[in-house]
Structure formats: C-alpha cells, structure tokens
Design a protein around this ligand. Structure first.
Ligand SMILES: [Zn+2]
Length: 253
C-alpha cells in the first residue's frame, strides 16, 4: 500500500499536506465509512471522501433522484432524474468513475429500527450523517453509541448550518446536547426554509475534514460548528457530556 500511495500521483497534494503525510494517507486508505443519506449533504460527503481515497464507502438511502435535487446534490445529473434512479445506486455509479480504488456499496433502504440489524457495525470505522432529518439523527446517535462508533452530524436550513463530531460511546452524544423534538415539524429544515448550495458544501467540508482527521489517526474533541454564511457568522463550541443524566450514553460514564 505504501508503494502504491507514494507512486500514486492521485493523492500527491493531500500527502504533501504535512498533517496527513504518507502515514496519514495510508490510514485514510483503510478507512471504512457508513454514509447515511445521499441527498445534498450525502452526495457532497461521498464525492469528497471518495476523492480523498478512503478504503470503503457504504451508502444508505431509500429515495430516487428528482429534478429538484440537481440544484445542490452534487453527484446526480439530468439522466439520473429522467430515469428516476435510486440515489444510493446512482451515487455508486458516478463515484466508481471518480475513484475505482475505493470499495463502494449501496443500500436502497431507510436506516431505521427495521433495517439497522442488517448493518454489521464491525464493518465501519465512522458514520457520516447525510440525512438532514432530525429524527433519523437521534436513531443514528443511539446506534453509534450502542455500537461504539464515532459519528459526524450535519444539518442545513436556509443559509445556516451545524456540524458536530460525537466520539465513540458518546460522552457526549447528541442526546447530551439536544432533546429530540416531538415531531419533524418543530425543526427548521431545507424543506421548510429552503437551502442554498454553499451552506451544504460548508457543512460537508467540516464533516469531511473531521472524518479525514479521525481516519488519519488524530484525536478529535467533541465539537460543534454553527454558522450562517449569509449573515457572515461562524463559531465553534466544545460539547459537554451530560454524564449519567444522559438517557443514551449515561450508562457508559
Ligand atoms: Zn449522551
């Protein structure tokens, strides 16, 4: 693998970045990522991580490509929308042309209580949230904590967004920071407030940066980034565990 990476001009710029280097690139090339959701966030995450040379990407999404997706869902084209292609399958088709060295797998399904048992947690080093759905994120959180897998949250609405890194086994986890809403309707989303493409790529850039840091062997603090790029605002906050008060990760304290 070392010779392959050194000889491989594909990753030369990433390897030249000293924080990654050859060792970091080798670690990244072994990284196994479960990507849940392949819409605006998910397609941008997929393209970035596959170009970065991760080992494998496993994509889960139940939906088909529609014309209204093309404004911000980076991998898809008009042909995918004409065919009504399944997003996970269409993404894999395009990603395979971008980087044939990455092992790709698609699941046309919703990641939920009915399907989670068919995913083997030992196959994934990290989970990336591309759902942009608040209730799905709580399900991902509980799955990640119970299976000891770190995960990276991403959310967008309008020109505002948030990204957060949650460590394996929580402390903190998403439930330490937020209570779940009673329904999806209580939360601003891209459906209710619209969304501009730059805040999608801002969010996925932060998510993918944390993923590369983690996969290259860095220790990452539990962090949340929040921003409104139309209002020229960005801030990072360290996340704090709720300890034994957390109904999800409290048992691990
Ligand atoms: Zn917690």
């Amino acid at each position: 693998m070392t010779d392959n990476i050194i000889d491989n001009s594909r990753y030369s710029r990433q390897v030249a970045f000293s924080a990654v280097g050859t060792q970091g690139q080798e670690a990244i090339s072994r990284g196994r990522v479960l990507l849940i959701g392949c819409g605006a966030l998910g397609t941008n995450i997929a393209a970035s991580l596959v170009r970065s040379g991760i080992g494998s990407l496993h994509i889960v999404d139940p939906d088909r490509v529609e014309l209204s997706n093309l404004q911000r869902q980076a991998l898809f084209d008009e042909e995918d929308s004409r065919q009504g292609a399944f997003k996970a399958q269409a993404a894999v088709k395009h990603l395979a042309r971008i980087n044939s060295q990455v092992q790709l797998e698609s699941f046309t399904a919703r990641f939920d209580v009915q399907t989670a048992a068919s995913f083997e947690p030992g196959k994934y080093d990290i989970i990336l949230d591309g759902t942009d759905d608040i209730l799905s994120r709580f399900f991902i959180n509980d799955y990640a904590v119970s299976n000891n897998i770190p995960w990276i949250y991403g959310a967008v609405a309008g020109a505002a967004g948030m990204a957060a890194f949650f460590p394996a086994s929580g402390n903190p986890c998403l439930r330490c920071v937020f209570d779940p809403p009673a329904s999806r309707n209580e939360v601003d989303t891209a459906q209710t407030r619209g969304v501009i493409a730059p805040v999608v790529t801002m969010t996925t850039s932060i998510q993918c940066c944390w993923a590369l840091k983690y996969l290259s062997g860095r220790n990452i603090k539990p962090l949340m980034a929040h921003y409104d790029i139309w209002a020229d605002h960005i801030a990072y906050a360290e996340l704090v565990s709720a300890g034994h008060m957390c109904s999800c990760c409290g048992k691990n304290t």
